[in-house]
Design a protein around this ligand. Structure first.
Ligand code: UGA
Length: 455
């Protein structure tokens, strides 16, 4: 099938690679010339495990252009995967989605049938709006074209985006029109039946079963996306709330997580207490869900609370540091990890960045390290903030002379540190393990003043 994808961000590019790999002829479209240049050289503008070798291996099955109108004309399926930035009031801004829909309609020609797929995370009702925009554009130019619109939300995680695309838990198609359901079922067939040869760089895990296909209406599909992210965010916030109480009563949150996670009704994942959630999805999507609620004068105290707990969590870490050090003003604090989670250079809404800003505001000097996100992180700080930050090239360098160390992102390399060597470089060996990756007893035996989250 011929597929055009508008937008080559995390979602668009991963989907383009996936679909080309399973045999489709894919065109990725972007307006960013720098990105296109990189992609045409087989280089990925995003950091994703396995993406570059695949980009190179796909050859002519995957190409990139800046001309959406022309690329849409020739396609059977056009996927819209452009950004939906957060507006001041929390709503997701769909102006780029609508603009893409208009351009796609301008490219459509009579005598062909098109399926337009909304992949971006969009407010409830956007699919209907996209269908309207396309119809209006066609009417304006007097064209009669058969088209169908479908919602096809993605559930991929940054850093594991390709893995999640090749081996999804489920595929959701929201469409009223049989044409769209038929086209998308055919497009995803190799994934649904797992008939492709797994790429060397993204092997299939043992025991992975076939992913179910959920076909539903577009509104429900749009809601599935928001509800999934909000639920995962609140699962984590719930554990962070329990972690606070665990500290008061002397329980260990990692034991509590193990104990409740084995209940199949709860499940073991997304129960890790720590600095809380960040990234481009949970913060934005929970805000957008609340914005939808407000539109209907419908209160959503649970989603609201998940967000409140997430912010509170950061202040709590700071307070912990204040009380351990008897104040942070004039102190030097090391922070390991800037990315919002490991295996990505994404620092959007990273708890680490927020905490560093609070530390600086309270008069601390901060020495930071991250294996991947240093360059990107620099832009997140103002010039005066940067003056209070030492960007260090190793975690050991970051620890030099520090009076406390905050482990903010659970990178694999931080789990393998020479903790003795690290400690020797510090002025005061205070360890605040913001992701609970170290063994408290072992660290205390080594002479660290250790504190985690909820243990
Ligand atoms: C999230 C969802 O997991 C994806 O399913 C979804 O497709 C994506 O948003 C999206 O809407 O595009 P992502 O933002 O890449 O994916 O990140 P996650 O791996 O889910 O982690 C989110 C945050 O939760 C991170 O800051 C992570 O550190 C934190 N987290 C995760 C915890 O604090 N505890 C946990 O147990 C798990």
């Amino acid at each position: 099938m011929r597929i055009t994808i508008a937008g080559t961000g995390y979602v668009g590019l991963t989907t383009a690679v996936l679909l080309a790999y399973i045999g489709h002829d894919v065109t990725g479209v972007d307006i960013d010339e720098r990105k296109l240049e990189l992609l045409n050289e087989g280089k990925s503008p995003i950091h994703e495990a396995g993406i570059e070798p695949l980009l190179i291996s796909l050859g002519s099955r995957l190409h990139f252009t800046n001309d959406l109108r022309a690329a849409a004309r020739e396609a059977d399926i056009i996927m819209i995967a452009v950004g939906t930035p957060e507006k001041m009031n929390g709503e997701a801004d769909t102006q780029y989605v609508e603009a893409a829909a208009r351009t796609v309609a301008e490219g459509m020609v009579e005598g062909r049938a098109y399926t337009i797929v909304v992949k971006s995370t969009v407010p409830i009702g956007t699919n209907r709006r996209v269908a309207h925009v396309i119809q209006r554009t066609l009417d304006e130019s007097g064209k009669a074209v058969r088209f169908a619109v479908a919602s096809n939300p993605e559930f991929l995680r940054e850093g594991l985006a390709l893995y999640d695309s090749f081996y999804p838990d489920r595929i959701v198609i929201g469409a009223e029109d049989e044409l769209a359901v038929d086209m998308l079922s055919r497009m995803y067939r190799p994934i649904l039946e797992q008939t492709f040869d797994p790429p060397d760089v993204i092997p299939r895990r043992e025991g992975y079963g076939l992913p179910p296909l959920i076909t539903t209406d577009a509104i429900s599909a749009e809601m599935i996306k928001y509800a999934a992210n909000a639920y995962l965010a609140l699962k984590i916030s719930f554990m962070n709330e329990i972690a606070g109480l665990a500290e008061k009563v002397g329980a260990d949150i990692t034991e509590v997580a193990r104990g409740i996670g084995l209940d199949t009704r709860i499940g073991p994942r997304y129960l890790a207490a720590g600095l809380g959630w960040g990234g481009s999805c949970f913060p934005k999507d929970t805000a957008a869900l609340l914005a939808v609620g407000r539109e209907y004068h419908y209160e959503m105290p649970i989603v609201e609370a998940a967000r409140t707990v997430n912010v509170l969590n950061r202040t709590r870490i700071l307070e912990k540091m204040q009380s351990l050090l008897k104040g942070v003003r004039g102190r030097t604090i090391a922070v390991l990890g800037l990315a919002f989670k490991p295996d990505t250079d994404d620092i959007r809404e990273s708890p680490s960045i927020a905490i560093i800003k609070m530390l600086i505001e309270r008069g601390a000097h901060v020495r930071v390290h991250d294996p991947l996100a240093m360059e990107r992180a620099k832009d997140a700080f103002s010039a005066s903030e940067q003056a209070e930050i030492t960007f260090s090239s190793t975690p050991y360098e970051a620890a030099e002379g520090a009076e406390a160390l905050l482990l903010a992102t659970e990178w694999k390399m931080y789990k393998e540190l020479d903790l003795d060597g690290l400690k020797k470089r510090m002025r005061i060996p205070v360890m605040i393990d913001g992701r609970n990756i170290y063994d408290p007893e072992k660290l205390r035996a080594m002479g660290w003043i250790y504190t985690g989250v909820g243990r």
